[in-house]
Design a binder for this molecule. Structure first.
Ligand code: DP6
Length: 415
């Protein structure tokens, strides 16, 4: 489809990447459907995308694939921490709003995929060895992932896969492993595709890896590249897409180039509410539409803050995003509280420390009780002393993990 003009709302959302041929077509279809009551026509702007975006059909394998009997591929892929949060999605795993994250470095998954041609195609055939032991519990998730991506990975049923995987962070630490886990699988599958179809470009390789990872877990599409990745169409981010994450290819002030993230493990238990359930609660949510608009505005703001090195503004935005995410949970039906008393205790102490020491440390949260402390590298020593002295006591078994911004997935020879 020729990409002439697309129509976007104020936050840059194009409602699923559908380009409209005319302003009238846009209002007749999408705008009226989504914002029937409140939207005034002048709230919409016309935006001509600067970059060519790949469409879903671009990810279908077109040519004939080569024939390889067996082999193995391996990748190490990181976790990521969102600054502007993804919360709310629609089928097929498309975000309701744009999000941006720092790619992490030390928290990662390593996965090796050994593949061998089957005699007959049949159904998917795979086994998982997680941290040295055969694992049945992960099978349904991977089966579902394979089902979702099979239209784009035509060789999936032709091979038997043995998947060896391990995480650098402790099992049941409350750190979401789906982002690093799903992106590792996606990278491995793309390496196999590359073996079968060596002519694919590097750009296509990474975009499709992110596209596949997204179908496994939304935030996983931001774990392929580094150091800052944007997922979701946005008018201020060239080339941005709902289908895959893109590098934040804008100017970044030196202070944000090697940002530190210490994860305080407040609650290592299983997630109380799965992300999918949480996302779905945004459907009937009273504040959902305002939240999606706000996230779009926050992307524009954070782009400026990152460029100008405006650390104080960055802090205010990032903390507000974290609290807004939890406010969405507090005000959904059913409602839930994922913070623990120690989460609040830590937040209060961060605020006190920041004021007393004129520090630039701030916090963000995922959909759980753990706290991510973000701070510039030049404050590393003081902040880490503060964590050890004052905050470790509020972590389960005094457990925390020091991490920092990383560069994305890395191919390795074996796990
Ligand atoms: C709160 O990516 O885990 O971490 O797409 O259902 O797998 P699924 O959800 P997931 O949601 C993560 C949400 C978040 C915020 C974020 O990472 O942007």
């Amino acid at each position: 489809m020729a990409h002439t003009k697309s129509y976007f709302d104020r936050s840059g959302n194009d409602f699923g990447g559908v380009p409209f041929r005319s302003r009238k077509a846009f209002f007749d279809t999408i705008a009226t459907k989504i914002t029937k009551k409140e939207t005034k026509r002048d709230e919409f702007v016309i935006f001509a995308p600067k970059c060519h975006r790949l469409k879903t059909t671009d990810f279908r394998v077109k040519g004939v694939l080569g024939n390889i009997e067996k082999g193995k591929v391996a990748w190490q892929t990181p976790s990521n921490i969102a600054l502007v949060k993804y919360w709310g999605k629609k089928e097929p795993q498309l975000p309701e709003n744009t999000s941006i994250s720092f790619t992490l470095n030390n928290c990662h998954t390593t996965t090796e995929m050994v593949f061998e041609k089957k005699k007959t195609e049949g159904d998917f055939s795979f086994e998982i060895v997680f941290e040295g032991e055969k694992n049945e519990a992960f099978k349904p998730k991977i089966q579902k992932f394979f089902e979702r991506i099979q239209a784009y990975v035509p060789f999936l049923k032709e091979y038997h896969f043995t998947i060896f995987s391990k995480n650098s962070f402790p099992h049941s630490s409350g750190i979401a492993s789906s982002a690093s886990g799903m992106s590792a699988l996606a990278m491995c599958l793309m390496s196999i595709e590359k073996l079968l179809s060596p002519e694919i470009s590097e750009d296509y390789f990474y975009k499709k890896a992110s596209f596949l990872a997204r179908l496994g877990s939304g935030s996983a599409c931001r774990s392929v590249k580094g150091s800052l990745v944007v997922w979701g169409v946005h008018k201020d981010i060239a080339g941005s897409s709902d289908l895959y994450g893109v590098d934040f290819n804008e100017e970044i002030a030196p202070v944000f180039k090697n940002y530190q993230d210490t994860i305080l493990l407040v609650d290592k238990g299983e997630k109380q509410v799965s992300s999918t359930v949480g996302h779905n609660l945004m459907f009937e949510h009273a504040y959902a539409q305002n939240r999606f608009v706000q996230a779009g505005e926050n992307i524009s703001k954070i782009k400026t803050f990152l460029k100008e090195g405006a650390v104080k503004d960055f802090i205010a935005l990032v903390e507000s995003e974290a609290l807004t995410l939890h406010a969405m949970m507090l005000t959904s039906h059913p409602y839930f509280i994922l913070m623990k008393p120690n989460t609040l205790e830590i937040i209060q102490r961060i605020w006190d420390y920041r004021t007393t020491n004129d520090s630039n440390v701030c916090f963000t949260l995922d959909a759980g009780a753990n706290v991510h402390l973000l701070y510039p590298e030049n404050e590393k020593e003081e902040v880490q002393r503060f964590i050890e002295k004052e905050l470790a006591a509020f972590c389960q078994n005094k457990h925390f993990i020091h991490d920092h911004v990383g560069q994305g997935a890395q191919e390795i020879t074996a796990i």
